[in-house]
Ligand binder design. Structure first.
Ligand SMILES: NC(=O)c1ccc[n+]([C@@H]2O[C@H](COP(=O)([O-])OP(=O)(O)OC[C@H]3O[C@@H](n4cnc5c(N)ncnc54)[C@H](OP(=O)(O)O)[C@@H]3O)[C@@H](O)[C@H]2O)c1
Length: 211
């Protein structure tokens, strides 16, 4: 990967120069903003989403801004695609990853009683199991980097009950607890784990629900 221009490093006191990051769901919304923030601090980043055209468009924009970003298609719902994603990341970053951002998520709004088996599987698989499995897959790379960090994007709904998002809320609640377990188990490897629980942010996720 090329060197990030020093002029792009946002704040000399806080630099991610030489650091590598994977951001799932980096083509829109909060994930897109995270990519730009990390890149402005000098990190090299890999993103994934389900849409190649969106990835290509973002990569071109980021290249124009001088950011070091690569991308590949991965539907994080699928175990085999997660495996392929981490192999790609390992190859690009030479077996070392500093930051894993578990951001990609889906949203279903239905009364709890109306969630089908498929709904529950989709939401738990995409929003929680992916976080669990990607963290497992990333573990050797995070450890090898010598300074690893997992940031999982949870939700205020993980700690507060709202109508019509029971599966989503349960997945985010599980993410919170997993984060604590990872922090406990992997501190010895110099890997930190944190969850961030946003309130409402007007992204395409919410637009699809509200509009
Ligand atoms: N917006 C809010 O108010 C809010 C509040 C609390 C928490 N959050 C959390 O913040 C995170 C980001 O939300 P957002 O509002 O930024 O969502 P968003 O605007 O819908 O963006 C979601 C991103 O994830 C990708 N994605 C979705 N499903 C995917 C899958 N199965 N595999 C891979 N990529 C996938 C999307 O690309 P493709 O669709 O092309 O795959 C897109 O890049 C989520 O974890 C969400 O739960 C959001």
């Amino acid at each position: 990967m090329g060197e990030t221009k020093l002029s792009l490093v946002k704040d000399n006191r806080w630099s991610l120069h030489g650091m590598t990051a994977l951001v799932t769901g980096g083509t829109r919304g909060i994930g897109h903003a995270i990519v730009e923030e990390l890149a402005e601090f000098g990190a090299s980043i890999h993103v994934c989403s389900r849409n190649q055209d969106d990835i290509d468009k973002c990569l071109q924009e980021w290249k124009n801004k001088g950011f070091n970003v690569t991308g590949s298609v991965c539907d994080v719902f699928h175990r085999d695609q997660r495996q392929t994603l981490m192999e790609t990341v390992s190859s690009i970053f030479h077996g070392k990853l500093n930051i894993l951002v578990n951001n990609a998520a889906r949203y279903i709004t239905k009364n709890m009683i109306d969630h089908t088996a498929e709904d529950i599987s989709l939401i738990l698989g995409t929003n929680f199991e992916s976080c669990y499995h990607l963290s497992q897959l990333a573990y050797p790379l995070l450890k090898e980097s010598g300074y690893g960090s997992i940031v999982s994007i949870s939700s205020i709904a993980s700690v507060k009950a709202h109508n019509v998002i029971s599966a989503f809320s349960a997945a985010k609640g599980a993410m919170n607890q997993l984060t604590k377990n990872i922090a406990l188990e992997w501190a010895k490897d110099n890997i930190r784990a944190n969850a961030v629980a946003p309130g409402i942010v007007m992204t395409s996720l919410l637009e699809s629900v509200l509009l």
